[in-house]
Design a protein around this ligand. Structure first.
Ligand code: AMP
Ligand code: MG
Length: 479
């Protein structure tokens, strides 16, 4: 019988300064919470095996598959502005990589036990953050936002001590890779320029192979990452997503969203919205995300400096030029994403209309997602959904810009989800799991958030804004 997962590992063939080999650390009695059958199929994982008890054991870290070579990777990171020169996978384990069609994916256990990077942490994860990451990352994928994916969730049968004891869980995460800005920053801080170059060459070969033959692949790498991140964050802004912990160890060079800790989708629109309980200074507020991305890219560029040119001045000049392009690149994506929500092409008129809408949404304390849904409805029904004269005036301006209602509607239907993973529903799903060991709400929610643009979902409970007593104002890493 052929192996259920055919691993093709490459990161563990890099020098051992990049990681630490880490034996599996079994858990007491793993039980399946959810398995992502579609994702497994797309990765070429044997479907019969994937449904078997052996899969539960493997994704719990209780059994090893041949070809797996588990490592915990090292990285550094700017955390809330402060540099930490040595972080690393403190509660995660890279089982190996899968080649699927032409793409390579990391398979990583999260919550798998302590490693040499755990810094006093227990290396484990409560089940709550596992459920949260599963719901939000799969929602993001369905919304069309670049993201790491969730393949498998288990409960461990063990308790994890946080503020109170909580049931333990392990998530199997799939990502194009886990190479972070902070991975580069680790080698840069060590002044290990050979390691830095090796990492850059590896990253280019794995993620940006077209750059290999260019004249300055390292500068091109910086430019490519700037572009990916600009696109990613403009996506976030268009959906009211607040990452919550945009530290550079949580920024992947592939431009996939990673680390669904204290993140949140906004209900009521506010530019200053912050949910993360650990973000006391509101550094990662909704409106700050683009400038934080720019700042993070600046620190990434700084790490790359030794590679950009032998002459330090030329290196800095090249990095500066690349970084100065960020606002315009971001703006290009943002204007397109924003205009699409109004069914319009990106023009000065649609941009100013969008900004005016945000101001009205904030002034009138309206739900971000539901307001765009109401706009779509307004297209076909020609009724004043928004009563206030300012809204009527706004609606007239909007309508005057629409040439082709059918085309506008089609664009809006794929830009304005009905269902986002709302915090109060995530918390209810977690409470059900914790208090009653029930996962029905989780499963129903998962079905809804992974079908976000379907108008038939508009009446579902998962499309509704929270009632006054359901509003969640704070989210926690919980890890
Ligand atoms: P995060 O804030 O989730 O990005 O995590 C920052 C760092 O803390 C990462 O290096 C994690 O591996 C580490 N970490 C977070 N939670 C734990 C834990 N329970 N045990 C060990 N390390 C952890
Ligand atoms: Mg992290």
């Amino acid at each position: 019988m052929s192996a259920p997962i055919s691993f093709s590992n490459s990161y563990c063939k890099l020098p051992d300064t990049f990681y630490t080999r880490q034996p599996l650390q079994p858990v007491a009695s793993p039980a399946l919470v959810h398995a992502n059958i579609e994702l497994a199929a797309s990765l070429g994982i044997d479907p019969d095996w994937f449904r078997s008890e052996s899969a539960v054991a493997v994704f719990a870290g209780n059994e090893s598959l041949s070809g797996s070579d588990p490592i915990a990777t090292v990285y550094a990171g700017f955390q809330f502005g402060n540099f930490n020169p040595r972080l690393g996978d403190g509660r995660a384990l890279l089982l190996g990589e899968i080649l699927s069609e032409d793409a390579r994916f990391d398979l990583q256990l999260k919550g798998s036990g302590p490693t040499s990077y755990s810094r006093g942490g227990d290396g484990r994860s409560p089940l709550g953050p596992v459920l949260r990451e599963y719901l939000v990352s799969e929602a993001m994928a369905a919304l069309g936002v670049p993201t790491t994916r969730s393949l498998f969730a288990i409960s461990t049968g063990e308790l994890v001590q946080r503020e109170r004891p909580e049931p333990g869980g392990i998530l199997t995460r799939v990502a194009q890779s886990h190479i972070r800005f902070g991975t580069f920053q680790y080698f840069s801080a060590q002044q290990d320029h050979a390691g830095l170059r090796e990492l850059a060459d590896y990253t280019i070969a794995r993620h940006f192979p077209a750059l290999v033959t260019t004249t300055n692949p390292y500068l091109k790498l910086l430019e490519a990452v700037i572009d990916k991140v600009a696109c990613l964050v403009s996506h976030w802004q268009s959906l009211g997503f607040i990452h919550g912990v945009m530290n550079t160890d949580n920024m992947l060079v592939t431009g996939e969203t990673v680390d669904y800790g204290p993140c949140a989708f906004m209900d009521t629109f506010s530019q200053a919205a912050v949910y993360s309980a650990i973000d006391q200074g509101a550094r990662y507020a909704f409106q700050n995300q683009p400038s934080i991305a720019h700042w993070n890219l600046m620190t990434f560029a700084q790490a790359l400096l030794p590679l950009l040119d032998d002459d330090e001045h030329l290196s800095i000049a090249a990095a500066k030029t690349a970084l100065e392009a960020f606002p315009e690149i971001f703006d290009g994506y943002w204007r397109r994403h924003s205009a699409a929500k109004l069914g319009l092409p990106a023009t000065d008129a649609s941009t100013s209309l969008y900004l005016d809408m945000l101001r009205l949404l904030e002034r009138d304390k309206m739900d971000f997602t539901l307001s765009f849904n109401a706009l779509v409805q307004n297209l076909s029904e020609d009724q004043a959904i928004f009563e206030h004269p300012d809204w009527q005036h706004w609606t007239e301006r909007w309508r005057s810009l629409i040439d082709d209602i059918t085309a506008a509607e089609a664009l809006m239907m794929t830009s304005n989800p009905y269902v986002i993973p709302r915090n109060h529903q995530i918390e209810f799903a977690i409470a059900e799991a914790y208090q009653h060991d029930r996962f029905e709400h989780f499963s129903e929610m998962l079905a809804a958030v992974t079908d976000p643009y379907n108008p038939e979902r508009a009446d579902s409970i998962f499309a509704q804004a929270p009632g006054p007593d359901q509003i969640v104002r704070r989210t926690f890493c919980g890890t």
